[in-house]
Ligand binder design. Sequence first.
Ligand code: HEM
Length: 318
Amino acid sequence: MATQWVLVVVAVMAVLFAGGAAGGQLSTRYYDGKCPNVQSIVRAGMAQAVAAEPRMGASILRMFFHDCFVNGCDASILLDDTANFTGEKNAGPNANSVRGYEVIDAIKTQVEASCNATVSCADILALAARDAVNLLGGPTWTMQLGRRDALTASQSAANGNLPGPGSDLATLVTMFGNKGLSPRDMTALSGAHTLGQARCATFRSRIFGDGNVDAAFAALRQQACPQSGGDSTLAPIDVQTPDAFDNAYYANLVKKQGLFHSDQELFNGGSQDALVRKYAGNAGMFAADFAKAMVRMGALLPAAGTPTEVRLNCRKVN
Ligand code: HEM
């Protein structure tokens, strides 16, 4: 009996240690001695980009999500395709919609000028996404740092790991669960759809014949997104305040005005309805949960033993 307990304790410790080791590679003070100005350089670069075009904040936030969900937050999404290498940029969820690569390049150039070969592209993207949220009126948080850059990227993993706009609730819960993120994390992170734009092709089926859509909202969106043609025409995801990071996204869901089928699945008589109502009525609770979930998503790392580096140019391996 005693031996069994020892085995259980050892097993639990092993699980805790494994979890701790993965997160333990990151530290909030990672660049304190190595590149003390990195946070102000990234903030200034993002402030400039968002001032020039507020949507860029949305685009960089989405880029971070699409990086972290594919083999961890390792800047794999930033690698360009070459004649003999196919990366993630042209995977289905990314092609013709993920944007802002040149913003990360410009920030990386500034960071390299200050601290050569020190700060990973993955950390620059993590800080840029955090600052994007705050610059558009959302919360800020202390970001753990020390991520490293991948030597490769996976188009098939990008196609397989990122949810699509037609996903149902069970699929969303499973796909986030596969990354160690809870349904609550998933519902909070989806609040990122308070920002940005989407192409007609991603929401057409929702505004034509989706049972759970507000009729006036569907009619409004149909004006720019007809039954055929106009696939690339953009519409704001949050019908109320597309350039402000607020909790209007959840109020939209309660009114059946979510733009994607996947958005409305969070408020469709299922397990997330109560939380959606809470976030709709409590901006502070949403902001706090969003920040916590971003830290958890940002702690997704490549599998132990994966070769990594600090890239000099975010678009290619050294
Ligand atoms: C829950 C599952 C999710 C699905 C199914 C989903 C799907 C989509 C789709 C289809 C678009 C429009 C892309 C296009 O126009 O082709 C989009 C845009 C966007 N997504 Fe998501 N997304 C999800 C979660 C997230 C998360 C977790 C974040 C960030 C934390 C995020 C941030 C964004 C942002 C900010 C945009 C607008 C980007 C821009 O304007 O450039 N999404 N999403």
